[in-house]
Ligand binder design. Structure first.
Ligand code: PMV
Length: 311
């Protein structure tokens, strides 16, 4: 039996603008994991893989999956990458604590966990760059026009300064900082939010390009703040990014309440993370304020709050 894992992620600054070539910053979220387990079976047709993902009530045989089935596609890509011909029948089990369609990278984490388990099962683990590239192929099904930030931060498991089409840049975190990750309880498929922004961008390109430029500048400034250990400055940048996400019409009333509640309770800054229209809010906090701000987030509408340290 071979087991492998991959973390979720949050976007500190720059989502959506990153689809249009601006920089963004993302960090892994090791508190929430996707896990894949591969087991060789003694009976069954050669090359067959039975897939079970009980969290999403999914059960299928690889040979019966459609070409755009994300789990089937991951396995086909993994198999092609290894140049595998016939192999003994396998069972793949996938579990994930990362809520689906919530801006936490669940799709990319599941892909990376499966590819890791698959490579390790055949004693040929994939390097991070290939994990990321293969997971990106699957992201295209989930997202339509993904920037590639999710598969990158999750495959490398490091904070990244990401610009679409450019080699990955990791950077140094001078002083660790703490985030509360608060779920609004409303799933929101990334493709829908990305599609909504694209339609508006097509109608008013200049206005939207201006918003994306500003988000890109915030990501650049955020990187400098993190490298200098200026955490309060990072909080201010997150709030400014939230204002842009409001202008992109991605903030729901619940997420707006949660933002106000976190700020009123002493968060240094807060914003939605990921596609928006639902999903999660992240709040930058001092660790001693964690309980108070988590309670305020719940009172403001959050269904679940997780504390993470970014190092
Ligand atoms: O998968 P999510 O919801 O974290 O969104 C990814 C971030 C976007 O910028 C909205 C899309 C992308 O491909 O970068």
């Amino acid at each position: 039996m071979t087991r492998a894992r991959a973390p979720g992620k949050v976007i500190l600054l720059g989502e959506h603008a990153v689809v249009y070539g601006r920089p963004a910053i993302a960090v892994p979220l090791p508190e929430l994991l996707a896990e894949a387990e591969i087991e060789a079976l003694t009976r069954g047709p050669s090359g067959e893989i039975w897939i079970d993902a009980p969290d999403i009530r999914y059960s299928a045989r690889l040979s019966e999956t459609a070409s755009d089935d994300p789990l089937g596609l991951v396995l086909r890509l993994g198999r092609r990458e290894l140049g595998l011909g016939a192999h003994p029948p396998l069972h793949l089990s996938v579990t994930s604590a990362i809520p689906v369609a919530s801006g936490l990278g669940s799709g990319a984490a599941v892909s990376v966990a499966i590819l890791r388990a698959f490579g390790e099962h055949f004693a040929r683990p994939f390097p991070a760059d290939r994990l990321s590239e293969l997971a990106f192929e699957v992201e295209k099904i989930h997202h339509g026009t993904p920037s590639g930030i999710d598969n990158t931060v999750i495959a490398y498991e490091q904070p990244v300064y990401f610009v679409r089409g450019r080699p990955i840049e990791v950077f140094r975190i001078r002083a660790p900082f703490h985030l509360l990750v608060a779920d609004s309880g409303r799933p929101s498929p990334t493709a829908e939010a990305v599609g909504a922004v694209r339609r508006e961008w097509q109608l008013r390109p200049q206005h939207y390009e201006g918003l994306f430029d500003e988000a890109g500048r915030l990501a650049e400034a955020g990187r400098r703040a993190i490298e200098a250990g200026e955490i309060e400055a990072l909080g201010t940048l997150m709030d400014r990014n939230q204002t842009i996400l409001e202008a992109l019409a991605l903030v729901t009333p619940t997420l707006r309440n949660m933002h106000s509640a976190a700020r009123a309770a002493g968060a240094l800054g807060a914003k939605i993370s990921g596609a928006g229209l639902g999903g999660n809010l992240i709040a930058l906090i001092r660790p001693e304020d964690s309980d108070r701000i988590a309670q305020a987030l719940v009172a403001g509408g959050a269904r679940r709050v997780i504390l993470t340290e970014v190092r």
